[in-house]
Design a binder for this molecule. Sequence first.
Ligand code: GLU
Length: 391
Amino acid sequence: MQDRQAHRSARARISEHRRVVVKVGTRTIVARGGRPDERRLSALVDELSALRAGGREVVLVSSGAIGAGVAALGLSRRPSTLPGLQVAAAVGQMRLMARYDKLFSERGVTVGQVLLTHDDLRHRVRHLNARNTMMHLLDQGVVPIVNENDAVSVDEIKFGDNDQLAALVTMLVDSPLLVMLTRTNGLRAPALGKTASAAKRTRRVPYAPRIDEQALALTWGAGDPLSTGGMASKLLAAQAAADVGAQVVIADGRTPRVLERVLAGEDVGTLIGDGATLDGRRRLPSRKRWIAYFHRPQGTLVVDGGAQQALVERGRSLLPAGICAVDGQFDIGSVVTVRTREGKIIARGLVDYRSDEIEKIRGRRTADIARILGEKPYDEVIHRDNMVVFE
Ligand code: GLU
């Protein structure tokens, strides 16, 4: 009962959001042969334009470049090599944007293309530039259409997939809402009831305040992580966005008027996050967000119980004394993960010392740093201001 009430008020919050990031997957907008699916694209652009007309700010994160490139190049299937994918993306991105530009123009909406790599959001200065550009586009009423810059992306600078990209864009522009349009109506769980037929059926999960192990297990239930990895990746991306206070809805992009219904607070798809950001409680400052979510950590510091308490309960910096082990090689200013001996991740932060230096001073008192290293530029290994502690 309480759940239903919590769900209802979380849905009600959605209609108050003035800014929304919408992510569409390739299979939602590209027909079987790889050509953009005109009917779907028109329906999507209709909905997005209506949101604009209603005064909302809209960012579209669209996949489909590679799919469109495959069709334009007359290939029989998706290339499997990196150069092949880059060629398809370079050709297809233009085609896709040409379609969007035409459809949006016909509805009086101006669009702008923003292509990003992970590198662009990881470096602080480029991150701020990208954020400024997006904010200026929104200020001027333009709908930014974002995709990964696949033509120049190689593994080291890739986001992983567009679900991740969409979550990061949501954080980048401080959007309170992310809608992921896919081909299933949200997350599914085994049907309630104990009969044999119930065991085979599934039901939609309408609301998940947060994504826990249990929710993730649902996506792996079939025992084949590959076939359902799509939903797992969506849930992880959704949780990252929800961690900073955004609400995320995963819904079927083929449902008529799906965006209108989501924005009206109707019970469609799966809603993740209670939207508590509205009262400002959970808001992480943008620099801390950048530390926590826009990096691939370069190493790990394992800490003892005392340090864990100091970080989590007392809001202190991480001192060398509480560090039991160092994993990985990294330089000053790298982002590392802080975890307990039991493996629980408790924080992420920018280090003031190199990994080999930390190896020498771990377990020692701050007063000993100068004697051991010959100098003591900082008292702490990670300063509180450069650290995000997870709940
Ligand atoms: N960026 C890719 C494309 O436009 C899609 C990647 C993804 O969907 O995860 O084709």
